[in-house]
Design a protein. Structure first.
Lengths: 344, 344
DNA sequence: TTGTACGCGTTATCAG
DNA sequence: CTGATAACGCGTACAA
C-alpha cells in the first residue's frame, strides 16, 4: 500500500503538504493541492489510520459489546449506533458475547488493546462480577450502557422504561378481563429482567389481583427457554388465561410450544410480549407487544458516547430513559375467556 | 493506560522480558514471569495493539461488509465468521451498507485505511461498478466473497448452490400439482437473484411448463418489495396457484400482503421461499423453504480468508459451494388447488 | 536474560 | 504556505 511519502514524492511536495491536503486543517495552495490529489488517486492511497492513531492517541473507533446478535433487537440497535458513528466518522466495532460473561471479558480486553475511544455495552447476565467493566471505566475510557445496566457503577446509559412498559401491557391484559396472568420473565440477574417483573407486579397490585409466584416462570431471554416454559405452562393442570412474555425471542418459543400442545392463541390463551419481532407482521395472530425504540437506543447511545469522547458532554453520569410503546393486536383479543371466538 | 515500560519497571525487569512473557515466543524463567504477570494485573496493562500493528504490519482484523444487518440471514453469517475469527484470534469488524454501493465504497475505504488484513464481502446490488473492490484486491489484501459474488473478478468465495436449491423447491411445487407458479425474484443485478430465477426456469422446463414472464415479479430482497409485489399478485384477475419467493425477508412482506388481501395460504395459494427466517417456527402456516447454511457460510469464509492471510492457502481462487436444503412444510400443503382444506 | 538503537507512517511543531 | 524532524509505543535484533 502506498504511503504518504510516496504520494509526496509523486506529487513533488513534502509529506507535510500531503498531510495538510488530506486533513484539510491547514490551507494548501490550489496548485499543489491538485497535484497531491492526483497522486493520491493514481497510487490508490489510503492514509494509514494505524500510524495516525499511534500519533494522535485516539482511534476513532467505538467498541460495542452485545449479548446476542441473533436477537433482532440488537441488529436494530447496531444500525442506530452505526448511523450515529458514521455521521461523526467513527467506526463501530461490534462483538457478540452469546450472553457469556467470559466472552464479554475477552471482548473488553481485545477492544481495550485496540484502544477504542469508548464503549457501548449491553451486559451479559452473570453473577454480578463487573471487575472487567469497572477496570475499563477506571482507565478513563468513556462507557455508555445500552438497555442493560449493571448495578453499582456510575456511568452513562440509555435505557428503556421497562417498569412502565410492562405495567401498561399487563394493565391491558387486566382490562381485557384476565385475572390469571402468567409471566415468563427474562434473566432475573439482569435489571431489565427484574424491572419487567416489577411492572407486572404493579399492574396486578393496582387491580387488586393477588401475586401468585406459581405463575412466574423465569427464562433467560432466549428462544429455547420460552419453548421450555411455554410447554410447562401448556401442560399445567390449569391453564392461565394469559401469558406476558418478557421478550420476543422467548415468545417465538412460546408460540411453538403452545402450538405443539394444541393450545390456540388467542382462543385458549392470550399472549402479550415485551419487545417486538420485526417479522411479527407475518405472524398469526398478530402479537400484542410493547415495542422498544431500538434504533434510537443505539443512535442516542453512540451520540452520547461520542459527546463524552470529544468533551462535549462533561459532568456526572447521564441516563436517558426512552419510552416503550404498547401495541394492542390480535393475540389478546378476548382470549381464554371463551367470550368470543377469533379466527385468524 | 499503562505501557510496557511501566510494567517492566514495576516488575523490575526489562521491556524485552515483558514482551517475551506477553507473547510467549521466548521462554522466561518462572520467577520473572510471575513478577511480570503480577505487574500486568496490578497495572491493568493491555498491550497497545496499535503500536504493535504498526511494527508488525498486520492488524489481526478482518473487515466484513454486508448489505443488510436487519435481514437475519446476515447476523447468522456474522456469528459464523466471528467464531472462526475468535478461534484464530482475529477481530471481526462488520459494516452494514444498507444495500447501497456508495456506502460499500466508503466502508471499503475506511477499512483499508484501518489496514484490515482481509475482507469478507457480500456485495450490494448496483450497476456493476466494482472498481473499489478491484482496487482493494489489487492492493494485495485478500478478499473472500460471501454468498454474493460480483462477476469478472477472480477471488475466493463461499456461496450457496442457488440454482439447485431453487430448482428443487420449484420441483416440489410442480409435484404438488402446481402449473401456474409465480416467482418473486431478488435483485436481478445480483448473481444470486439470477441464479434462483434460473433454478425456477429449469424446474418448469423439466416439467414441460411454459415459462410465463407475466408470472415473474422482480423484487430487491427487502421486505417492502415483497409486500408490494404480494399485493400485485393478490389483486391479479387470476391468482396463480403458488408463489416462489426468493428470500425470507420478502416472504414476510408477501405474507402480510396476502393476509390483507384476504388470500389464505395454503388454502388459496401455496407459498415456498428460498432462505429461512429463524423465527419461522412461530409462523402459521409453517413455511416450506430452502434453508441456507448461514453459520457455515460465515465460518468457512472467515477460515478461508485467514488461511489466505497466513499463507496457508496459496494458488488460484477457490470457490466453496454449499448446498441449500429444502424443508417441506405446511405452506405448500395441497394449496390453491382446492383439493383439500387445511387449517393451521 | 538485559539494554538499547531502530523503524513502522503519521502528525505537530517550528523554522524558513 | 512549505519543509524538516521529533515524537507516538512497541517489536526486533543485536551485543553484552
Amino acid at each position: 500500500m502506498a504511503t504518504i511519502k510516496e504520494v509526496a514524492s509523486k506529487a513533488g511536495v513534502s509529506i507535510a503538504t500531503v498531510s495538510n491536503v488530506i486533513s484539510g486543517r491547514i490551507p494548501v495552495s490550489p496548485h499543489l493541492k491538485q497535484r497531491v490529489l492526483e497522486a493520491v488517486r493514481a497510487l490508490d492511497y489510503h492514509p494509514n489510520h494505524i500510524a495516525r492513531s499511534l500519533k494522535v492517541r485516539q482511534t476513532h473507533m467505538l467498541g460495542m459489546i452485545i449479548p446476542d446478535i441473533t436477537n433482532p433487537f440488537f441488529p436494530e440497535i447496531i444500525r442506530g449506533a452505526e448511523e450515529a458513528a458514521r455521521e461523526r466518522s467513527y467506526l463501530l466495532i461490534t462483538v457478540n458475547t452469546d450472553e457469556r460473561v467470559e466472552r464479554e471479558q475477552n471482548a473488553l480486553a481485545a477492544l481495550r488493546s485496540r484502544r477504542v475511544d469508548g464503549f457501548l455495552i449491553a451486559i451479559a447476565p452473570g453473577d454480578g462480577t463487573i471487575e472487567h467493566i469497572r477496570n475499563a471505566a477506571d482507565s478513563g475510557t468513556p462507557i455508555v450502557f445500552l438497555d442493560r445496566v449493571p448495578p453499582g457503577i456510575g456511568v452513562d446509559s440509555v435505557v428503556v422504561d421497562n417498569v412502565r412498559g410492562a405495567r401498561e401491557c399487563v394493565r391491558h391484559l387486566v382490562r381485557m378481563g384476565h385475572q390469571e396472568i402468567a409471566i415468563i420473565t427474562g434473566s432475573l440477574s439482569l435489571g431489565i429482567g427484574r424491572q419487567r417483573l416489577e411492572g407486572y407486579q404493579e399492574a396486578l397490585s393496582e387491580a387488586g389481583i393477588e401475586y401468585n409466584p406459581a405463575l412466574v416462570f423465569e427464562g433467560d431471554f432466549r428462544e429455547t427457554s420460552g419453548y421450555r416454559l411455554g410447554k410447562q405452562i401448556a401442560f399445567r393442570q390449569h391453564l392461565p388465561s394469559a401469558i406476558f412474555v418478557c421478550n420476543a425471542m422467548m415468545t417465538v418459543g412460546v408460540l411453538q410450544a403452545l402450538d405443539e400442545a394444541g393450545v390456540h392463541c388467542p382462543r385458549d390463551i392470550a399472549l402479550a410480549t415485551f419487545d417486538e419481532l420485526p417479522f411479527g407482521r407475518a405472524f398469526h395472530p398478530l402479537l400484542t407487544c410493547v415495542a422498544q425504540p431500538t434504533f434510537d437506543l443505539g443512535f442516542k447511545g453512540a451520540s452520547m458516547l461520542i459527546d463524552r469522547i470529544e468533551g462535549k458532554l462533561t459532568g456526572g453520569p447521564v441516563t436517558i430513559q426512552l419510552p416503550a410503546e404498547l401495541s394492542i393486536r390480535e393475540s389478546t383479543a378476548a382470549a381464554g375467556l371463551n367470550r368470543a371466538r377469533f379466527t385468524a
